[in-house]
Design a binder for this molecule. Sequence first.
Ligand SMILES: Cc1cc2nc3c(=O)[nH]c(=O)nc-3n(C[C@H](O)[C@H](O)[C@H](O)COP(=O)(O)O)c2cc1C
Length: 178
Amino acid sequence: MKIVCLGGSLRTESLNRRLMHYLARQCETAGHSTVVFQGEDLRQPLYEDGLPTPAPVEAMTTALREAQGVVIVSPEYNAGIPGHLKNAVDWLSVQRPSPWTGLPVLIAAASPGAFGGARGVIAWRATLANLGCWVAPGAITVPLADHSLAADGTPTEARTQAEIQRALQSFLGEGIPG
Ligand SMILES: Cc1cc2nc3c(=O)[nH]c(=O)nc-3n(C[C@H](O)[C@H](O)[C@H](O)COP(=O)(O)O)c2cc1C
């Protein structure tokens, strides 16, 4: 299957970007192909009616339409979705036909905090459900991520690795129809 991985903050050192690359590698190890959108791909002008669609948004739209699933790896900002990611989602949501409709999505988050971005996951669920996505019931959250992720995004604790594996397998194996 083709899986789009989308997320991280705009920081080069983003913990969420690290986690996203780990998840992409895990998808590939399981035999899937991945396309990653991060950093500058997500630095789009604020959505405004009448602005031409930026080229990276067109590229993401095409990739989402071709994908069988999406993994969104998002920082939690003030218990919600960071502005750059919400803006990218909004841009994508006005493309016709919407690339979100019926798309299976797994949400993941990493945070230096104790909750691992879990409150942001709740905000994502509401937005993605409104877009007509199929949102996986499980989510991946990595707390204390400034200590619990290696430089390449691999979780340093075996238990976290196992939890991630379970969530990914459930999403890739059972979660995606067809
Ligand atoms: C504006 C702002 C709001 C934040 N709010 C939260 C929050 O609600 N919960 C949380 O766990 N961390 C919060 N953080 C801390 C981020 O989780 C932390 O900066 C994290 O490293 C951001 O993800 P990144 O490493 O992928 O850039 C916030 C950070 C910023 C800049």
